[in-house]
Design a protein around this ligand. Structure first.
Ligand code: ZN
Length: 409
């Protein structure tokens, strides 16, 4: 039976870079292996989401993988939680959290607390707290990130009636982690009494833990060393787990995912894919692409569909705005794709979830290139890049049609 491998290079698309003579990082990179897949297959360009919407990674992935990015979206918190292996119940409210730094008036100084290396011990100090009948659990994730789970009767009743969440307290929408903005008050939706209780309890928990974190020895030490204390838990992406159709039921395919970053493992787990943990897969630029590709080829033996996710392309652009770093990371990936074009009976697709132009250090609605190799269809594309793929046989496609094209081809 024919198998399918979908490789998503996060934030792959980019814009022409002057230092590369007007080529994008992907076009400037030496990518003989992806070029070979492009040359043997069919190419095009894609917008995972409608062009008038900001493409978040999670929504773009839901769309590409055949789900409704609005109706099926459980909130970023749920996906992050699943990605670090937290078991969730539908009557729990879940947030993605960042440990940030605020001043004494709760104005934001840094949403990442100077990119603190770990919040494991800080989480222990603020875990298992109950406020007004709402129970708070908190789990550490990568660096300054974590997940917060709220349970108890007020939460249960609120979610039963309103199917809603609680608004973000991280003022990220005021600008990219705008400094000096006071952290926001959490608000419930509608006029539910239970909702108001939950929002108030969350705010009280944040004030309480702010005091605990300020006094924590880790933060005292950080301040002494001139570092920023991780003294406030910023919440965002509230939601609760939904019962969606599994990937198996939707497409009839046994599937697995190989990813480093928790969000993508969470997206796959949410769809019921088997998540394979790979040693050396960090979800960062230091990841072992080689180990991930090896695990992918192994997973293809036991599964009909394998989703491989690589995050570094987005990080080089979004966190560093460094086109050379992005180009070199693409070359590192391509070197690990040697031999992929010789794998038999596997349809291989390489694409991105959205563009992350280095000049913006942010996601954009610029198209991403797509290649599909291993079907009977091919076009005249010789090289994998934005400009060449724009003239490919697939034309300009949207995320919602991608699985149909991939599986139908
Ligand atoms: Zn992304």
């Amino acid at each position: 039976m024919q198998k399918t491998l979908l490789i998503i290079l996060d934030g792959l698309g980019d814009r022409p870079v002057k230092a590369f003579g007007g080529k994008t990082p992907l076009e400037a990179a030496s990518t003989p292996n992806m070029d070979s897949l492009a040359a043997s297959g069919v190419c095009g360009v894609m917008n995972a989401m409608p062009k008038d919407l900001y493409p978040t990674s999670e929504e773009a992935h839901l769309a590409i993988l055949g789900y409704d990015f609005k109706a099926d979206h459980p909130g970023r918190g749920v996906l992050e939680a699943l990605g670090i292996g937290v078991k969730l119940k539908p009557d729990e409210l879940v947030f993605r959290v960042d440990f940030g730094t605020v001043d004494k008036d709760l104005n934001l100084i840094d949403a990442r607390a100077g990119v603190i290396e770990s919040v494991k011990d800080l989480c222990k100090a603020v875990d298992d707290v109950e406020v007004d009948g709402v129970k708070f659990k908190i789990y550490p994730s990568l660096l300054y990130r974590g997940v917060m789970v709220l349970s108890g009767n007020p939460v249960k009743n609120y979610l039963k009636k309103s199917n809603s969440a609680v608004s973000d307290t991280d003022p990220h929408k005021a600008g990219p982690h705008k400094l000096g903005v006071r952290v926001l008050h959490p608000k419930s939706f509608g006029d539910s009494k239970d909702g108001k209780t939950v929002a108030r309890a969350l705010e009280r928990y944040q004030y309480l833990t702010h005091e605990i974190l300020n006094e924590h020895k880790i933060n005292k030490k950080r301040v002494k060393k001139g570092k920023l204390p991780a003294n406030f838990i910023l919440t965002r992406g509230g939601g609760h787990i939904k019962d969606i159709e599994s990937f198996k039921d939707k497409f009839g395919l046994k599937s697995a995912c190989i990813a480093g970053a928790p969000l993508y493992k969470g997206i796959a787990a949410y769809m019921g894919m088997k998540v394979i943990n790979v040693k050396g897969a960090t979800g960062k630029l230091d990841t072992s692409v080689k180990a991930k590709v090896k695990a992918t080829l192994k997973a293809l033996k036991k599964n009909d569909f394998v989703f491989l996710h690589i995050k570094g392309t987005d990080m080089a652009a979004e966190d560093y705005g460094d086109a050379k770093m992005k180009k070199e990371f693409i070359e590192k990936i391509d070197a690990c794709f040697a031999g992929l074009n010789k794998v038999k009976n596997v349809v291989i697709s390489v694409t991105g979830d959205h563009a992350t132009p280095c000049e913006l250090k942010d996601h954009s609605n610029d198209v991403v290139p797509v290649l599909i190799s291993g079907t009977s269809i091919s076009d005249n594309t010789k090289k994998f890049g934005e400009s060449e793929c724009a003239h490919g046989g697939l034309g300009h496609i949207y995320g919602k049609d991608f699985m149909k094209i991939l599986l139908g081809g």
